[in-house]
Design a protein around this ligand. Structure first.
Ligand code: PGA
Length: 266
């Protein structure tokens, strides 16, 4: 998603001028038939949303999701992509392949990919490069482990993740990057960062973007929070000045809950 024209070239002080994005991350859930059914259920509930609405689904569900979302305000994303254009990478899918079927979004660097599949900041950087080159919008996930938070090195960890993943990304390309702050200890655990904790890190990320790019880029970049966001706690989290939406796992699999989160963001 490119940012609204109003954001280009002007200095924004106000959260109201950033369009929040609520993205579902379905993870390894739903068959194509179930995908069609869930999107058909979500569609009428979010049709008047003023925020961006994205559902990121398993590769096998992408065609069904694109078809079901056609003509609606729901955008479709993949949950990962490979960094190479093509080649001997059994089981992988390239960013160009995603673009070729009309998928506009892709999640990169999710903590489950880092934790279970050996992905690193460097592979996140290479995937970001491939996704941007293919014309996709990236949802770049960053976040600290519980031990790292306890050692007070949260921003060092996140700063490193962001600096590496965005190495070589131009200011123009940054318009197609959303950052999702997802404390690893809050993902799928039911433990949510407090609204203040989420805002503190999101604000620090915005400060880093200002250092790396410019104040205008920092003011316009969408920075989500993710980690056990649900229909009950969304309004408080999304009400924070530096929280511009959410990346939602478990709660995105229930149409009514997902729609409530969308409503809280709008
Ligand atoms: P959760 O997952 O909402 O189930 O904690 C969030 C995510 O992994 O993006």
């Amino acid at each position: 998603m490119s940012r609204p024209a109003i954001m280009k070239g002007c200095v924004l002080m106000n959260k109201q001028l950033r369009k929040p994005v609520i993205a579902g991350n379905w993870k390894m859930n739903k068959t194509p038939v179930e995908t069609t059914a869930l999107i058909n259920e979500i569609k009428p509930l979010v049709k008047d949303a003023s925020c961006g609405v994205v559902v990121c689904v398993p590769y096998i569900d992408l065609f069904a999701a694109l078809e079901a979302a056609k003509g609606s305000n729901i955008k479709v994303g993949a949950e990962n992509c490979h960094w190479a254009k093509s080649g001997a990478f059994t089981g992988e899918v390239s960013a160009d392949m995603l673009a070729s079927i009309g998928v506009p979004y892709v999640i990169i660097g999710h903590s489950e990919r880092r934790q279970y599949f050996g992905e690193t900041d460097v592979t996140a950087r290479d995937r970001v490069r491939a996704a941007l080159d293919a014309g996709l919008t990236v949802i770049l996930c960053v976040g600290e482990l519980l031990e790292e938070r306890e050692q007070n090195i949260t921003m060092e960890i996140i700063g490193k993740q962001i600096k590496i993943a965005l190495a070589g990304v131009t200011a123009a390309e940054l318009e197609r990057v959303i950052i999702a702050y997802e404390p690893v200890w809050a993902i799928g655990t039911g433990l949510t960062a407090t609204a203040e904790q989420a805002n503190e890190v999101n604000k620090a990320i915005r400060g880093l973007i200002e250092q790396l790019y410019s104040k205008a880029d920092a003011d316009s970049i969408v920075i989500q929070y993710g980690g056990s966001m649900n229909a009950q706690n969304a309004a408080e989290l999304l009400g924070q000045p530096d929280v511009d939406g959410g990346l939602i796992g478990g709660a995105s699999l229930k149409a009514a809950d997902f729609a409530k989160i969308v409503e809280a963001a709008c």
